[in-house]
Write a protein that binds this ligand. Sequence first.
Ligand code: FMN
Length: 207
Amino acid sequence: MTRIELPEAETDGSTSAERAIATRASRRSFATTPVALTDVSQHLWAAQGVTHVADGVEMRTAPSAGATYPLVAFLEVASEGSTQLDPGLYRYKPSDHALEPTLETAIHDDLTTAALDQPVVGDAPATIVLAADYERTCSQYPDHGERYVHMEAGHAAQNVHLVCESRELNSCPVGAFADAKVADTLSLPDDLDPLYLVPFGYRPTEQ
Ligand SMILES: Cc1cc2nc3c(=O)[nH]c(=O)nc-3n(C[C@H](O)[C@H](O)[C@H](O)COP(=O)(O)O)c2cc1C
């Protein structure tokens, strides 16, 4: 598989931040409709997209202690989960706003098992997995770095939830999973630890 350039993310929308905050909820059911690349693009940008450059550093949508940016966002796509992406795993490249395929086989069943068989993961057409390279932040902040990384994951995940809400998609924070099984399923390199799963997809028609 070759690298996938994502459509440019929108930086405006028809829902106010206040409205998205007021109506956001953990939503655990999804339509079976595959997710369009425009929505994939929008949610990965919300998690870790580049907004501007300051002092030569690419700043991102979520704040980061000392701009150390320890987070890496992956996209897991289920079978029939996306209109333009094959099932498997992709690494989001913020600088290029592109996806780099990392696993070319479906891992959805294994990811669901690793997430303690939660239906919210099993039923989702796509899941953003936030992983962290703790060393990037802890080397600069030995006392508080670990805490900072966790705070940052919360920021990134909340961005995704609010953009989902704004665009009327469903998403749910998932922190209950077997760390080693998720790392193994994703074949994560040794310097990355999985922190957060954000399954998302379109709303079922009855909602
Ligand atoms: C760090 C964190 C981990 C969570 N893990 C899970 C999870 O594994 N599975 C799940 O269904 N919901 C999970 N949730 C969602 C909570 O159950 C939910 O946020 C809470 O019930 C409040 O509901 P609301 O999000 O609709 O306001 C998690 C939420 C947070 C913040």
